[in-house]
Ligand binder design. Structure first.
Ligand code: AMP
Ligand code: GLY
Length: 441
């Protein structure tokens, strides 16, 4: 940490609660546990990986009242929220009302992720580059708008829809079906009653994470996620099948344009609109031939990007989070391991469709011995003395290497030692994107 960073550093021990149960939460809990200031780590509800770092508590991530009760009873000093749902439901407002420290945006600021219409409105006001779009609450208006656009087009449910609310429609019929299902038939419940229709952007995607505290921000390292289920960016969209950091499509020019055209106007615009954002902001970008365009804003750490970023982060995560909450981001310097990291996600057979759980996982102990390798748990649980699958994305294996090729080799070597029935994973994580388009066409 820099000299100014040391000014911020404190010696107070903290009891921490991490909310969530995925690979992201295991990676956050692991990184927090590395801090000399971490006294004890609880995870609600956690998985078989977080259990090894502290204590899992059987409270669901969306049981807001249960979480705040636990934090009060256990005198938790710092709560870190992984998933978007509790943020959108106002967990931060609830904790702050109860006088408990929590990291993440309040309900109003979390609308940047929980309402795509709100995000588009802010981007329009702040002149932030994004896909041309219209917002609709009447299906007839949405259909007429589609007819005026060039296909493919993208139809998005306004609200949170478990990552399934984005449809790429190839023609008018597909668009009409998606609009009907979302707006008239309630496919995503209230989340799809209003929609955004936008132009399809071509390019490669990039995940940028920033700690934001009111009008100031500090970027984390970049990452590139691989969203499609199959090699070559084929197959259905998933939560993310792997990631590489730094992103191989990020340049110094992209960084300058990102600060100038996206982040600075955004944080200033939010302040002007009376929205005080405090927490982690992760704009998903499409790097197009005309420059970066914002696809969406996420108000929390990415999954699996976090599993790639945390092993590279050298600074103390507790210090960074506290500086964000206290509005002291100028006082910290974020330091990174210069080595790249590659994360490969191991998924259950059938994922992202239906899958079976309860499959015993072999090879975890062997992988734990490997140098430069971290195995983060996602959908896992302990069953007596063994660990079994309990979710679609089961594990995220991250390796650091002197270059991306070495990190890839190390990650895939570790992956080859892990076995469970039905396991599938992509073999092309961190292979550079094909020029032109990786968004599916
Ligand atoms: P979102 O939740 O808005 O990020 O959308 C999920 C995924 O859909 C993105 O990560 C992209 O892969 C894809 N996507 C969203 N919007 C667009 C767009 N305008 N053009 C092309 N692909 C998009
Ligand atoms: N990996 C993308 C996300 O977390 O939204």
């Amino acid at each position: 940490m820099s000299q100014s960073g040391q000014l911020y550093a404190s010696a107070i021990l903290v009891k921490i609660l991490v909310v969530g149960s995925g690979g992201r939460e295991h990676a956050l809990a692991w990184k927090l546990s590395q801090s000399p200031r971490a006294e004890r780590i609880f995870c609600a509800p956690g998985n078989a990986g977080t259990e090894q770092l502290g204590e899992n508590v059987p409270i669901a991530a969306n049981d807001l009242a249960g979480l705040v009760r636990f934090a009060r009873d256990q005198r938790i000093d710092l709560t870190v929220v992984g998933p978007d749902d509790p943020l959108a439901a106002g967990v931060v407002d609830l904790f702050e009302g109860a006088g408990r420290r929590i990291f993440g945006p309040n309900k109003s600021a979390a609308r940047l992720e929980s309402s795509k219409i709100f995000a588009k409105e802010i981007m329009r006001k702040c002149h932030i580059p994004t896909a041309l779009a219209g917002s609709f609450s009447e299906s007839d208006d949405a259909r007429s708008f589609c007819e005026r656009l060039q296909f493919p087009i993208v139809i998005k449910a306004d609200g949170l829809a478990l990552g399934k609310g984005v449809i790429i429609a190839q023609d008018c019929d597909e668009a009409a079906t998606a609009i009907r299902e979302m707006m008239n038939e309630g496919k995503f419940g209230e989340a799809g009653r209003r929609i955004v229709v936008e132009e399809f952007l071509r390019g490669s995607e990039c995940s940028v994470h920033a700690l934001v505290s009111g009008g100031t921000y500090q970027m984390l390292a970049t990452a590139r996620d691989h969203k499609r289920a199959l090699d070559g960016d084929k197959g259905p969209n998933t939560g993310g099948m792997g990631a590489v950091s730094p992103a191989d499509n990020w340049t110094a020019d992209a960084q300058e344009a990102f600060d100038r055209d996206i982040m600075r106007p955004l944080v200033q615009g939010l302040m002007r609109c009376g929205v005080a954002f405090s927490g982690l902001l992760f704009p998903g970008l499409m790097m197009t031939a005309e420059g970066a365009r914002v696809l969406e804003f996420n108000c929390r750490f990415g999954d699996p990007e976090t599993q790639t970023l945390m092993p590279r982060l050298k600074s103390d995560l507790i210090e960074l989070i506290e500086a964000t909450i206290d509005g002291a981001l100028e006082d910290v310097t974020i330091e990174w391991d210069q080595r790249p990291a590659v994360t490969v996600v191991l998924a259950s057979g059938g994922y992202p469709g239906p899958y079976e759980g309860g499959k015993p996982i072999a090879g975890l102990d062997e992988c734990a011995q490997l140098d430069g390798v971290h195995v983060f748990h996602a959908g896992t649980r302990r069953e007596n003395d063994r660990i079994v699958t309990a979710g679609g994305r089961v594990l995220a294996v991250t390796a650091l290497g002197d270059n991306v090729q070495l990190a890839r080799e190390r990650a895939y070597d570790a992956v080859s030692r892990i076995h469970f029935e039905g396991c599938h994973y992509r073999r092309d994580i961190a292979v550079p994107p094909v020029a032109g388009n990786i968004a599916g066409h």
